[in-house]
Write a new protein. Structure first.
Length: 302
């Protein structure tokens, strides 16, 4: 099931009205924005996984996707542009029983936060990352992002984008990322199921979500995507890294959505010895032990 631009615009305009009824404010997204579908899929995924608000923490950076946690009732941390993953890593290590998610746009996560993303995938820490990939900078009004297609004309690229388009799926597989998937905001039921799989995976999960920007990206529209996206079939083996990499390279007339790759690497937190006794937030060391350690440390310096 996919959605055309007319269906989406009317449906999500009504959805904004529903949100206003129980939250008191409308999300700061344009009518027809793909973020509404992502929000709905996300909330339904949480409900179906029986996740309570106090069991979840969402970390975000800056951008339209960075506003996402403002519309979810849970623990949140809204930080700097591209710096959601260091904060999410600290939260996960402090309480590895907490479900920790990081959300951001393609500029936030793949541009400013690209270096953090590489090392989070390398560690395989159990964070779930949902990237709202609209192939443009939305909050800052239409500059090219790392996933903008080569040749795309934008406000600050009047002669077209000269850099090669980033392929986040191929990049993630090359780094042996634990769970690699692509969803589409125009197929929210399928997206919801992908989110549930990402949540259940014990290690690092990356879900790249094709999210049309109705204001600044007039190329990669709902109509454009709906003619190209297709569900990855049961004949695809996501455990086969070579075949997964080949699947990740598909982009153009046909764009695969679904789980592209996953492996069974142990999560980073499962390998940290001090976490074997339980979450650090639950640790209650004796005051005498703390005072002794403090005294030993002070003697070293004075």
């Amino acid at each position: 099931m996919t959605a055309g631009p007319g269906w989406s615009r009317n449906y999500w305009r009504n959805y904004v009205a529903e949100l206003e009824k129980y939250q008191g404010e409308a999300p700061a997204w344009c009518p027809g924005c793909g973020n509404f579908a992502i929000l709905r899929a996300f909330k339904e995924a949480l409900a179906e996984e029986n996740i309570e608000p106090d069991q979840l923490c969402i970390v975000s950076g800056i951008g339209q996707a960075g506003k996402f946690p403002h519309y979810v009732r849970c623990n949140t941390f809204n930080g700097l542009h591209g710096r959601s993953l260091p904060a999410a890593t600290g939260i996960k290590l402090a309480n590895h029983n907490m479900l920790v998610m990081a959300v951001g746009g393609d500029g936030d996560m793949y541009g400013e936060g690209g270096n953090h993303l590489l090392h989070a995938m390398r560690r395989n820490i159990g964070i779930k990352v949902f990237v709202h990939d609209n192939q443009i900078y939305g909050l800052t009004k239409g500059q090219a992002s790392p996933t903008s297609m080569e040749g795309m004309v934008t406000k600050n690229q009047p002669f077209g984008v000269l850099s090669e388009q980033l392929n986040p799926m191929a990049m993630a597989i090359s780094l042996d990322c634990g769970f690699v998937a692509r969803g589409y905001a125009g197929d929210y039921m399928h997206l919801k199921d992908l989110m549930r799989e990402a949540i259940r995976y014990p290690g690092f999960s990356l879900v790249d979500i094709l999210q049309p920007c109705v204001s600044f990206n007039k190329i990669n529209t709902f109509e454009w995507y709906s003619k190209r996206v297709y569900h990855i079939g049961d004949d695809h083996d996501p455990l086969d890294r070579i075949k997964a990499f080949t699947k990740a390279l598909e982009w153009g007339d046909r764009i695969p959505i679904g789980v592209i790759y996953r492996n069974d690497r142990p999560s980073f937190e499962s390998r940290v010895p001090v976490l074997s006794d339980g979450p650090l937030v639950d640790a209650r060391p004796e005051w005498e032990t703390l005072e002794k350690k403090l005294a030993e440390t002070l003697r070293e310096f004075y």
